[in-house]
Design a protein around this ligand. Structure first.
Ligand code: GRF
Length: 189
């Protein structure tokens, strides 16, 4: 298998970025993160990228007139770095067909629920408030319709009676950090 060149797109903390970078360091994932793209100037993901010596490029959506213009700027970077797979890890922008067409079936996303339940934002809160006893996380291919692409991998997470929302969030993130690197490795074969 050739080493896949990844780009990670992150808007916030970047803990999934770090889990993927660490899996590469550990030799569990044969890949290279060529670039991190982030859209929030103070995203902690930038510092995590620096820690692993990965170039981090700010593409601030506020500087672009449309979603399409933002995606074109992103494609420009992805092509410059010869990216094979685009890894969305907490990327909080809705993408356009332009980006999907540029990387068909090569954009992965992680969502903190067992899709197709609880799509969209605040998925953990939605599940928590609904009272489900099992939730989880899903790695899937990106499609134009939010959180609806082909499912690649899932992990189930129990909701315990005494859980707070924060407890549940933490338990789901532990699983995200396990299944995202695994899903990338499996999909790269
Ligand atoms: C994760 O919970 C992921 O499921 C969702 O956004 C969050 C990103 O967390 N899409 P982080 O920035 O990787 O810490």
């Amino acid at each position: 298998m050739s080493v896949k060149v990844l780009a990670v797109l992150a808007s916030g903390s970047g803990s999934n970025l770090e889990a993927i970078a660490q899996a590469i360091v550990n030799g569990e994932l044969k890949a290279k993160i060529a670039v991190v793209i982030y859209n929030e100037p103070d995203a902690f993901a930038r510092q995590r990228a620096e820690k692993y010596g990965i170039p981090a490029i700010l593409v601030n959506h506020r500087d672009y007139k449309s979603r399409k213009a933002l995606d074109l700027a992103i494609i420009n970077i992805l092509e410059k770095y010869n990216v094979d797979l685009v890894i969305m890890a907490g990327w909080m922008r809705i993408v356009t067909q332009v980006l999907i067409d540029a990387f068909p079936e090569r954009i992965l996303n992680i969502h903190p629920s067992l899709l197709p339940s609880f799509k969209g934002i605040h998925a953990i809160e939605q599940a928590f408030n609904y009272g489900v006893k099992v939730t989880g996380c899903t790695v899937h291919l990106l499609s134009l319709e939010v959180d609806s692409g082909k499912i690649l991998k899932q992990a189930a997470v129990p909701v315990l009676p005494e859980d707070t929302l924060e407890d549940l969030q933490k338990r789901i993130q532990v699983q995200e950090h396990i299944i995202y690197p695994e899903a990338i490795a499996e999909y790269s074969h």
